[in-house]
Design a protein around this ligand. Sequence first.
Ligand SMILES: Cc1cc2nc3c(=O)[nH]c(=O)nc-3n(C[C@H](O)[C@H](O)[C@H](O)COP(=O)(O)OP(=O)(O)OC[C@H]3O[C@@H](n4cnc5c(N)ncnc54)[C@H](O)[C@@H]3O)c2cc1C
Length: 381
Amino acid sequence: MDKNIDPRQQAIREVVKDFAEKDIHPVSQELDRASEPREFPKSLYEKLGAAGFIGMSLPKEFGGQGKSHLEYVTLIEELSYHDAAVGLLCAVGELAASSILRFGDDKQKKRYVPDCITGGKVVAFVLTESETGSDAAMLKTVAVDKGDHYLVSGEKIFIQHGDVADIGVVFCKMENQSEPSALIVDDTGQSGWQARTLKNKMGMRASTVGGIILKEVKVPKENVLGEPGRGASFAAEALDNARIVVAALSIGMAQRALDESAAYAKARHAFGQPIAKLQAIQWMIADMATRLAAGRAMVYDVARRQDAGEDYSIKGSMARLFTAETANFCVDRAMQIHAGYGYIGEFSPIEKLYRDQRALELYEGSSEVQQLVIADNVIGR
Ligand SMILES: Cc1cc2nc3c(=O)[nH]c(=O)nc-3n(C[C@H](O)[C@H](O)[C@H](O)COP(=O)(O)OP(=O)(O)OC[C@H]3O[C@@H](n4cnc5c(N)ncnc54)[C@H](O)[C@@H]3O)c2cc1C
């Protein structure tokens, strides 16, 4: 089945295949199964940066590759085919770095974006708080004006790479302002920035997640990102873009589940024939392939809209909703087809895929939040 709608995609797939053979497969199991406390895979992250995979669609002027969104989603899809947690490492770096690029001034862009893209510095998108997840505008982290700087205090949770971040794009409220703002914390070594790695993460384990307590973290005023009070719209725009990346992660995983299932069904015998000859198995494979084809078409359609500068917000939410559910469906069917050899991780990648997939329905807006956005668009408020 040809996946490409553009010849440039094949070149990306080949580059990723070479990278995966050399730099992902040898470490993938270890990164997934290492005992607690988990460590952020800095050397792999630097390799991803050196390969040009972090911020691939960002401008060359700031260290990116200047590639199209279509090529970028293909990159994430292919990385995720090999190991979704590795696709996520790139996606998180891109989300946070592109926020600086979108909303920062020239000085901020030049100062921070290139280091983030090379993987030299780890950057995190620091929005969620313990009491405000989906309802992010209600955040409580506060920045108190101290003349030439702010002192930022609050508590953040579920921050990907927040445990090791050198740079944080932090969302907070300025004292006496009701709307959120965003600022760049570039000194995470100061004593007020207290980060820890959250334990016992279900899947996507190579990409660690942090909880951060901010106690009067000093941030120079020049580090405010864009106009104060515009943080909610910045977050919404950044997450719009990130949704399509989650959709790309989803189709990569769904494709892997399908390929593993087809191969296994041909090899495994029951009642004197390969299980691939059984209609019950064929129907599962057909349903997986069909949903995957529909999801992939949605992802590429959104990427092309992004490349054409068209509005893609609602179609992005639809793609994120549908593909995360498709990935769920495909890994679940893959488990059914592999049966015992799927459930026990030493025999196949299905057990890992099953754990990795689940997060895709939770972040960059949960599936219910996507449904809310889509329904609002259809029905109106
Ligand atoms: C592995 C992982 C990585 C993450 N990485 C980051 C990160 O890098 N940076 C960051 O800032 N955040 C990150 N998050 C946070 C993530 O964005 C939130 O978990 C998500 O927004 C949901 O928030 P919550 O977990 O507090 O759930 P809640 O908002 O409490 O939701 C609980 C349930 O209620 C539903 N719900 C809530 N509101 C509505 C509504 N209006 N209508 C219908 N249903 C609703 C939700 O869909 C969900 O089912 C990460 C989360 C995870 C699990």
